[in-house]
Each structure stands twice: as structure tokens, then as C-alpha cells.
Design a protein around this ligand. Structure first.
Ligand code: THU
Length: 159
């Protein structure tokens, strides 16, 4: 038996330390969260995606009375980016959320969204910077492996 220790590095910035770009990405995610369609959970999530051409596209969670038919904010944003800007890589992504109208301390993407962030990264050919925001702090991570170690990806699929 051998043990492998996996490390995740997260840089935590308080609001006063945010760069201009971090502030821009977080306010875009917040604006998106406010447009969420979340009448069932009252948990509104917003995601903003920074593309290689400098454009920012956003998404919010879209719920459905048939619950599994809804989609998370991160996937709405990333799928929109992938479908609209075919060959433009995703550089960074920010996420924030409101629970019953109040911003949460930290918006952590669900497992399915982590997998989709990983795929976007493979598509981009470079790490995506991930900003997870709350009211006071953002967690900044370099690449999907910070969120999803020991991951499944296309490398194991047959050619
Ligand atoms: N949700 C997201 O939009 N992103 C996540 O990463 C976690 C969960 C949404 C799905 C559902 O509309 C609501 O939050 C409550 O789970």
C-alpha cells in the first residue's frame, strides 16, 4: 500500500484586495444570479465566463417543476460559451449565489459542474482560473483539478 497526498491550493482574497478583473467577474456573476429562474429552491446562482477574446458571458440556474430538467448556472454559462464561441477558449470563471435573497459565504460548484469545467479546460487547452465568491471573500483556484482531483477525462477513452 502507498498513500498519495493530493494538494489543493486556494488563494483567498478579501473584498478590499480584489483586482479590477476579479471585481468585474464577481459583479457579472452577481448580476446573473439576480436573473436566475429558481422558484423551487430559492437558491439563485450566477456564473460569469471570461473568454480569450475578453468577452464575458453569463448564466444563471434555470429550474423546472420536473426538478432534474433544470440546469446549474455554471453549465448554462459554459454551454452557452461553447455553443456560441466555438474556438474561443475559456480563461476564467466566477460563481456566486444568493440563498433566499442573501449572498452566501461561498458558492461551491456541484460535482456535475466541476466535471463540465474540466471539459471546458480540456477544450481550451489551458487551465481555467476559478473564482468562487461570497459576500466578503473570493476563493481563487488555478484549474479544474483544484476542484476535482482524481478526475475522469477523455484520456481513458479509446481513440
Ligand atoms: N445550483 C447551481 O446552479 N450550481 C451549483 O453548482 C449548485 C446548485 C443550482 C441548482 C438548483 O437550481 C439550485 O442551485 C439548488 O440546488
Amino acid at each position: 500500500m502507498k498513500e498519495i497526498k493530493l494538494e489543493t491550493s486556494v488563494r483567498v482574497y478579501t473584498k478590499t484586495e480584489w483586482t479590477e478583473q476579479q471585481t468585474l467577474l464577481m459583479s457579472a456573476a452577481m448580476a446573473a444570479a439576480q436573473k436566475a429562474y429558481a422558484p423551487y429552491s430559492r437558491f439563485q446562482v450566477g456564473a460569469a465566463v471570461l473568454l480569450g477574446n475578453g468577452e464575458i458571458v453569463t448564466g444563471s440556474n434555470q429550474e423546472n417543476a420536473a426538478y432534474p430538467s433544470g440546469l446549474c448556472a455554471e453549465r448554462v454559462a459554459l454551454f452557452y460559451a461553447g455553443a456560441t464561441y466555438l474556438d474561443i477558449p475559456v480563461k476564467a470563471m466566477s460563481v456566486t449565489a444568493l440563498s433566499a435573497g442573501k449572498q452566501v459565504a461561498l458558492a461551491a460548484p456541484c460535482g456535475g459542474c466541476r466535471q463540465v469545467i474540466l471539459e471546458s479546460e480540456m477544450r481550451a487547452g489551458d487551465k481555467i482560473q476559478i473564482l468562487l465568491g461570497g459576500a466578503e471573500e473570493i476563493y481563487v483556484m488555478e484549474g479544474a483539478s483544484s476542484l476535482l482531483p482524481v478526475s475522469f477525462d477523455a484520456s481513458v477513452l479509446p481513440e
